[in-house]
Write a protein that binds this ligand. Structure first.
Ligand SMILES: Nc1ncnc2c1ncn2[C@@H]1O[C@H](COP(=O)(O)OP(=O)(O)O)[C@@H](O)[C@H]1O
Ligand SMILES: [Mg+2]
Length: 345
């Protein structure tokens, strides 16, 4: 039914003359544990243009967080090692930048929002201070201008009574409010790039929609670029221009959002889409499971990482790892199959 790929596996070239805002090439990240060294990110490459939103999807443990948190070097070196690759942000090599450069980029031109708000909120400082520090430092705003901005942002992320809230400490906020405050904080310094690691997973649908609308607005108004990591394909559908599908530390497919939904090529992407229950019965924040489990990253398989769960498995898949190859305009897939993509519905 399926023939081997006619063309050799290649990485897609960048269009000539275009300079992306963010350029990640062959990123490798590992976690050294007592059980061995987990190869969390195994050669990930992608670009983000000015004003573009990239979605990164994949099951839990596939390396989404390790990928985006490595970009501004936010993973503690004591547990994670960036063992290879390069990350360029607006021409600056972030993997070799000194602390001073990194500091001015983080919380300035690059805003980061985490899954856990407590990792970026300081429990002993009032929220006013935390929300105004960035804009004062990075944008040179006066204290009162920065406070005005903080009020606007708290309102924009849906925090009622922001005047009072500014005087409070993080412990006086509910979990969902802390999440929103952290998002406000990441946006306060008018970043050019927003890195979001499943930040809305714990929020209710209405608040989540409000935050996604805010991010979309900033993209239009200010040309904000976004990398949004999630296991919720529903969020990606309404937010991203381009989607990266990750599996076992690698990108297995990359395409514009319409193509990913209507003409997925990689069997893993197809399985992910097939496993989404209907919207009306969908349980939020849980990616419905595909039978089987991803391979161990401590001793990753030689061949295709998806082979054990793949309905289209061929003999060569067990010992040869397919590289990403171009299968359509702006569309790459790491699979040997020469399948005709599904017709768009
Ligand atoms: N703190 C850690 N210690 C050891 N290994 C880790 C740690 N965090 C992540 N890993 C390893 O890295 C892999 C990728 O993790 P992560 O990037 O957090 O996945 P995701 O964000 O997609 O759920 C995990 O499957 C695990 O093997
Ligand atoms: Mg994660």
């Amino acid at each position: 039914m399926t023939a081997p790929a006619p063309t050799p596996a290649i990485d897609p070239p960048l269009p000539a003359g275009r300079r992306p805002l963010l350029e990640v090439v062959d990123l490798h990240v590992r976690f050294d544990t007592a059980a061995g060294s987990a190869q969390a990110v195994r050669g990930v490459s992608f670009t983000v243009d000015e004003g573009e939103t990239i979605g990164i999807v994949g099951e839990s443990g596939c390396g989404k967080s390790a990928t985006i948190l490595s970009l501004p070097r936010l993973l503690p070196p004591s547990i994670a090692t960036i063992s290879g690759g390069s990350v360029r942000f607006d021409g600056t090599d972030l993997l070799h930048a000194n602390e001073r450069t990194l500091h001015s980029v983080r919380g300035g031109e690059i805003g980061v929002i985490f899954q856990d708000p407590l990792s970026s909120l300081n429990p002993v400082l009032r929220m006013r201070r935390q929300l105004t520090e960035g804009p004062r430092q990075h944008l040179g705003l006066t204290k009162s201008k920065a406070a005005e901005r903080a009020l606007e942002l708290l309102t924009a992320v849906g925090i009622p009574d922001p005047q009072r809230r500014l005087r409070q400490y993080p412990s006086e906020y509910s979990g969902g409010m802390r999440q929103r405050a952290m998002i406000a904080m990441a946006l306060a310094s008018e970043p050019r790039l927003l890195l979001a690691d499943e930040p809305t997973t714990a929020l209710d649908v209405t608040v989540q929609a409000q935050i996604l609308a805010l991010v979309r607005r900033l993209r239009v108004e200010r040309g904000l670029s976004v990398v949004w990591v999630t296991h919720d394909l529903g969020i990606i559908a309404g937010l991203a221009d381009r989607v990266l599908v990750m599996y076992a530390g690698t990108i297995v497919e990359q395409a514009d959002v319409r193509t990913i939904y209507h003409q997925p090529h990689h069997p893993y992407t197809q399985a992910l889409l097939d496993s989404i229950p209907r919207v009306d019965v969908r349980r939020r924040s849980a990616l419905p499971s595909i039978p089987g489990a991803p391979p161990s990253l401590i001793d990753p398989p030689l061949g295709c990482p998806f082979t054990a769960r793949c309905a289209h498995r061929m003999e060569r898949c067990d010992h040869e790892r397919p590289a990403l190859r171009v299968i359509g305009e702006g569309h790459t897939s790491a699979c040997f199959l020469d399948i005709t993509p599904k017709k768009s519905s």
